[in-house]
Design a protein around this ligand. Structure first.
Ligand SMILES: [Zn+2]
Length: 167
């Protein structure tokens, strides 16, 4: 009579409907959002306080020329200070008050008293950079000599003393 066949057809149709609904649960938006924020995050990403950034800055500071003097530069300045003591001791008695130095910035001679020179060299050792030029006020150029003159004078005195010692 065809009635049982219709019953199977209705039953098969019903089964197909249930399968479609289960398929829909696999793409449930609720499940998908649940996994989005689970990635591992670098706690320092984009953070200026990242310890790695600080190390990089320290490396740069050693190369930009504004840090303390290198050992060799420091030795040079200490040598200048020692020379200065000798020049001052030898030249002060003959009326020399300090040295005249051709300024690299303004290309003019600047006159420095012994004390000022010593202060500038010590400042250079302490800070790693030369002090802005503050030459002696209204100096008399006759009372200042160049490093070269002072060195030659000291050498001459040294040689004279050596000659006297030989005789
Ligand atoms: Zn100058």
């Amino acid at each position: 009579m065809g009635v049982p066949g219709q019953g199977r057809a209705v039953g098969a149709g019903g089964t197909a409907d249930r399968d479609d609904r289960r398929g829909g649960t696999h793409t449930d938006p609720g499940d998908y959002r649940g996994g989005v924020h689970e990635e591992p995050i670098d706690p320092f990403a984009g953070d200026p306080a990242d310890p790695a950034n600080e190390l990089a800055e320290l490396d740069e500071a050693e190369d930009d020329g504004t840090g303390p003097l290198s050992t060799a530069e420091r030795e040079d300045v200490l040598e200048d200070l020692a020379d200065l003591e000798v020049y001052q001791a030898l030249l002060t008695p003959v009326g020399v008050r300090g040295l005249v130095i051709e300024c690299e910035d303004c290309h003019e001679p600047h006159y420095f008293d012994w004390d000022l020179l010593r202060g500038n060299l010590r400042h250079l050792i302490d800070s790693g950079r030369p002090r802005g030029h503050e030459p002696a006020y209204d100096p008399d150029p006759d009372h200042y000599v160049t490093w070269e003159y002072a060195r030659g004078y000291a050498d001459g005195v040294h040689d004279a003393l050596a000659d006297n010692a030989d005789e």
